[in-house]
Design a protein around this ligand. Structure first.
Ligand SMILES: *Cc1c(COP(=O)(O)O)cnc(C)c1O
Length: 421
């Protein structure tokens, strides 16, 4: 047996999270052969507990009707609170600082309504060049909504010529150059295309030093890397739950608002009844009084069936623990990098554009092919590998520590080797 194959088997035997794979449904072909699923950065796989969790709420609805809102053990009117603890653990927040609600882009708009308050002099928003389109649209439309022009008010960070990712010193320089005009810095925790994991602690400090508010989009970071948003003093963050959190397609997203705004009645917000104080919410009176913390940004009553699925999936993530997930992820993605190097040591055909430093990336490696990238992608798909293609030229490969194995990484690299030869 080849040395690298042996290594894969040994890693799998020694993997403390190896039992978790069995908690998920693994996609398979018509013959029942399991596919190699490296697309958890786009849609995480379905935990086996999800259908039972949804069924429980269907049963409650079937037998209780409207009384389900107030019937123990899981009354719907406070159901979202059951997700606070596992979510807070993932991003290093206090429970009051997080809420599961809406979807990512909706939350981004709601929090920009509160934290992007441009004035004649301080009105700019800084994002990374090549941002996820939804974030880009959201930011541009907020700028226009306030009567400014994106050509002037939107600043996009670009890597240096011939480089693929942003350097910390360049981010800092760019922020400091805008210190009289920057209203908001909005970055991803991990960039969806390159897989770069930013140093959120330092960036937050620098942006605050420049007088800007700081928001992060954690779509690719939550459940992937540990964070400490409270201690880092981040103003706000948003995320979706269907990538590394495995909660199902389009499931409810979430938001973080730092505790220092928890009781701030001065901060403008777009309000709805679910953000109003619980004590007298059902008295149905005018006069909005926000709930303490992130809950005060809620608009509508929670979507219970998706939350039931999310609660079940978060339970698995919590059981594994984000630090253990990260530890395996560092090994698994490091092993993927080694395997790719062994196929193409001189990077003639494949360039990994994701940072080589493991501290600057999560689970994902983004591969650029010298030519025929799309063809390689199609061949991989025919061989039972699920990865994804992102225009213009990237194949994103993201082994998820909760359900992927080192042997799968090895098999993937063997198929890639055949495909290239
Ligand atoms: C996945 C993702 C989204 C998705 O937004 P939705 O509002 O959940 O549809 C947005 N931004 C980034 C950076 C993403 O990776």
């Amino acid at each position: 047996m080849e040395e690298i194959h042996k290594q894969a088997l040994t890693h799998d035997q020694n993997d403390p999270l190896r039992e978790f794979r069995d908690r998920f449904h693994i996609p398979h072909d018509h013959q029942g052969n399991e596919k190699i699923y490296f697309c958890g950065n786009s849609l995480g796989l379905q935990p086996k507990t999800v259908s039972g969790a949804i069924d429980n709420e269907l049963e409650a609805w079937r037998t209780l009707g409207v009384d389900g809102h107030f019937t123990e053990p899981n009354p719907w009117w406070t159901y979202h609170k059951r997700l606070k603890k596992p979510l807070a653990h993932l991003i290093g927040a206090q429970e009051d600082e997080v809420v599961a609600m809406n979807n990512l882009t909706t939350n981004l708009h709601l929090l920009m309504a509160s934290f992007y308050r441009p004035t004649a002099h301080r009105y700019r928003i800084m994002i990374e060049g090549g941002a996820f389109p939804s974030d880009h649209y959201a930011v541009e439309s907020q700028i226009r909504w306030h009567g400014f022009n994106p050509q002037d008010a939107l600043i996009e960070l670009r890597p240096r010529p011939e480089e693929e990712t942003l350097r910390m010193e360049d981010i800092i320089d760019a922020i400091e150059q805008q210190q009289d005009s920057l209203a908001l810095l909005l970055l991803p925790g991990i960039q969806y295309y390159t897989g770069q994991f930013f140093n959120l602690k330092t960036i937050t400090e620098v942006a605050h030093g420049a007088g800007a508010k700081v928001g992060y989009d954690l779509a690719h970071a939550i459940g992937n890397v540990p964070m400490q948003l409270h201690d880092w003093n981040v103003d706000f963050a948003v995320w979706c739950s269907y990538k590394y959190l495995n909660s199902g397609p389009g499931n409810t997203g979430g938001a973080f608002v730092h505790e220092r705004y928890a009781n701030d009645l001065e901060i403008p917000r777009l309000a709805g009844w679910w953000g109003h104080q619980e004590e007298d919410r059902f008295q149905m009176k005018p006069g909005f009084k926000p709930m303490y913390g992130a809950d005060g940004w809620q608009l509508s009553n929670a979507n219970i069936l998706p939350l039931a699925a999310q609660r079940a999936s978060l339970q698995i993530v919590a059981e594994a623990g984000i630090n253990q997930i990260r530890e395996k992820s560092l090994q698994l993605t490091g092993f993927l990098e080694e395997c790719i190097q062994s196929i193409d040591p001189e990077q003639k055909y494949i360039t990994v554009i994701t940072p080589r430093n493991p501290a600057e990336r999560g689970a994902q490696l983004s591969l650029v092919f010298t030519d025929r990238g799309k063809e390689v992608f199609e061949k991989l798909t025919q061989s039972g590998i699920i990865v994804d293609w992102r225009e213009p030229s990237v194949i994103r490969v993201a082994p998820a520590p909760l359900y992927n194995t080192f042997t799968e990484v090895y098999r993937f690299s063997e198929i890639l080797r055949e495909t290239l030869s």
